[in-house]
Write a protein that binds this ligand. Sequence first.
Ligand SMILES: [Zn+2]
Length: 195
Amino acid sequence: MTSALVQTGAAALVGARLGLPGAVTAALAAAAVALPYAWAVRRLDAYPGTGRGLALFAVDHTWSLLNTVAGALFLALNLVAGHRLDPACSRHRGRIVLREQALPGYATTVGNVIAGLTPANAAHEDLHVRQGRLLGPLYLPLIALGYVLCTVCPLWLRRHDHTAWPITGPIRYFTHGVYPHVWHEAWAYRRDRAR
Ligand SMILES: [Zn+2]
């Protein structure tokens, strides 16, 4: 419940700039996504009861709170879509795993919520969780900036591997070109190759 209180309280503070109605509306909207997140954290026993677990929880609800709220929204949408929690992959791992993919063909990580985790992609997705904790409130804006820059200014074409990621049309320009070269994905794929 601490998780839901922190997320709802933060939303109320942001909404308070618009006066009392704004604070109440923001708090209600935040509670709608924070309560399922808090329920999942508790049900999955997602954070270990160790100093490390407490530290991860503290980071996720202070410096990385924006990522956690985004992850809570992502979790709520997945639950509405009927996707199922994966207790074995979540317990004491500091993450909330959903069995089903949110985007067909891709695992997706938002905050510490991962949809479509497999043994093959676990290290890659866990790195995205750590990137968020490291960069906190800057993470999501920097990802958005990365996508915009890579889309309109494809400097990556000079070092692109056209054999592994052939670009045969506008959709693949994005899925095979922009996507693997955005800074946070390039970082994760480089780590995958080094393993
Ligand atoms: Zn990735």
